[in-house]
Design a protein around this ligand. Structure first.
Ligand code: FAD
Length: 415
């Protein structure tokens, strides 16, 4: 309440109405700021937050950069089954990111980065439960658990080893043989992909990120009187005396007392040259296909570790998501869609109406080299960033918003 009164009358401007900007706006509105959200598109959650794989994985997540990633890279690069393409990193503009990423690929850095992600995710779990209950949000949420299947016993053992490290920070997992995998998730019956066993995560949740974001947007407007300005593109920041005094936009100047850059992959454009933070964001493209559910849709979300794709159910829809392509733009090669669909069908033959034309989405993971998002002050007393959530932005959004709101609450915004 004290904080609420302290912030009364102060204006916070959040740039970006993706899942990160919206959850941040909610936290700031709850803290008593008069919040304005600026979004260049015509609606909320049409960028990276639109049709992701929907997984809320709070306790068995790990940083991308690891010794295992490097070791597997040569095989990965020339195996179309995996859908990973790192050739875009050959572009000199990406070399600084690639160099920073390579430095994360040690056991020690993986453990530190993974621990950072797990801390943030644990916070997210608590905040998400509270926010969902408080505002009664409907977003096809379920807690069905998750299964990660592997093609060889060695791969199962390696996955178990990583999970043992993560287990130090809480959560549960269980190693299953192939028959147990099929018992846990009958939608796998009839699979023609090789399954030697799997790791089962009983506490994993799923939910529709976009539905949640649109629900938050409604709450912001209806309950807190937040103004969400769609179709307004921020083009620059106006600095004076170590502070930001206003935003430049294609619709004129926008003034405020606190500014938050939550523009996902575009964060660098607004912060470049100013943000003293260590990390850059590169884009890692992915694809999702959303189908009507078939005769035997999965209950839990299932990752095929060899093919690097996920099949999961959101209400009466089944979503398949995969690919990690280091390249810009929204275009994908035409063969990517049938290839992903074929892999899903081979894993779960009756999960979806594969004969129907799926909703195809090409999305971007805003990826930092160490996989940890940038949350904090950004080169001026009253300028903050909340961006770079990679493949885990849906999971980490609520916790990230809380962390940033706490940082803003104790920051000296005047100098
Ligand atoms: C294939 C795929 C699967 C994924 N699966 C999962 C998953 O299962 N679980 C999970 O936790 N995460 C997952 N993710 C990651 C997650 O979707 C992202 O991390 C998250 O959506 C990032 O949210 P964001 O708000 O930072 O970015 P965005 O949603 O892109 O929001 C940024 C917003 O800023 C706006 N903007 C940008 N520049 C400006 C400007 N100058 N002026 C005004 N507005 C601007 C954009 O229009 C956009 O709306 C997945 C991602 C992909 C691609």
């Amino acid at each position: 309440m004290e904080e609420h009164q302290h912030k009364q009358g102060q204006r916070a401007v959040v740039i970006g109405a993706g899942i990160i900007g919206l959850t941040t706006a909610l936290r700031l509105a709850e803290a008593g700021y008069a919040v304005e959200v600026i979004e260049r598109e015509a609606r909320a959650c049409v960028g990276s937050s639109k049709a992701n794989a929907g997984q809320l994985l709070y306790d068995r997540i790990g940083a991308m950069g690891s010794v295992g990633f490097l070791r597997g890279l040569p095989a990965t690069m020339f195996n179309p089954d995996q859908g990973v393409s790192v050739f875009g990193l050959a572009n000199p503009a990406r070399w600084p990111w690639a160099g920073a990423f390579l430095r994360q690929c040690t056991t020690q850095r993986w453990q530190e980065n993974t621990r950072g992600l797990l801390d943030l995710a644990a916070r997210s779990r608590r905040v998400m439960a509270a926010v969902s209950a408080q505002y009664g949000l409907a977003y096809d949420w379920r807690k069905p658990g998750k299964l990660i299947v592997h093609p060889t016993a060695e791969r199962v053992a390696a996955a178990d080893q990583a999970a043992q490290f993560q287990a130090q920070f809480g959560g549960r997992h269980e190693v299953l043989g192939v028959d147990e995998c099929l018992d846990h998730e009958p939608a796998l019956r009839g699979a023609t992909r090789t399954i030697a066993g799997g790791v089962y995560l009983p506490d994993a949740e799923v939910g529709d990120c976009r539905m949640f974001g649109l629900g938050i947007a409604d709450v912001l407007v209806a309950k807190f009187g937040v103004r969400i300005r769609y179709g307004v593109r921020v083009t620059g920041l106006v600095y004076s005396g170590g502070r930001v005094t206003a935003l430049r936009s294609d619709q004129g100047m926008i003034e405020g007392d606190v500014f938050v850059v939550a523009t996902g992959k575009a964060a660098g454009e607004l912060l470049s040259g100013r943000f003293s933070g260590k990390r850059r964001i590169t884009v890692v493209k992915g694809v999702s296909l959303t189908y009507p559910a078939g005769d035997a849709p999965p209950d839990m979300s299932v990752t095929d570790a060899a093919g690097k794709f996920v099949v999961m159910r959101l209400g009466d829809r089944v979503r398949v998501a995969g690919y990690a392509i280091f390249s810009d733009g929204d275009a994908i090669k035409p063969q990517y869609v049938p290839r992903l669909a074929d892999k899903a069908r081979a894993l779960m033959p009756k999960a979806a109406r594969y004969d129907a034309a799926p909703d195809v989405w090409v999305g971007i993971r805003p990826q930092t080299p160490d996989d940890l998002p940038m949350i904090g002050q950004a080169g001026a007393a009253n300028l903050f960033v909340n961006a770079g959530h990679g493949s885990l932005g849906w999971t980490l959004a609520a916790g990230s918003a809380e962390v940033l709101a706490e940082k803003i609450a104790v920051a000296d915004l005047s100098t």
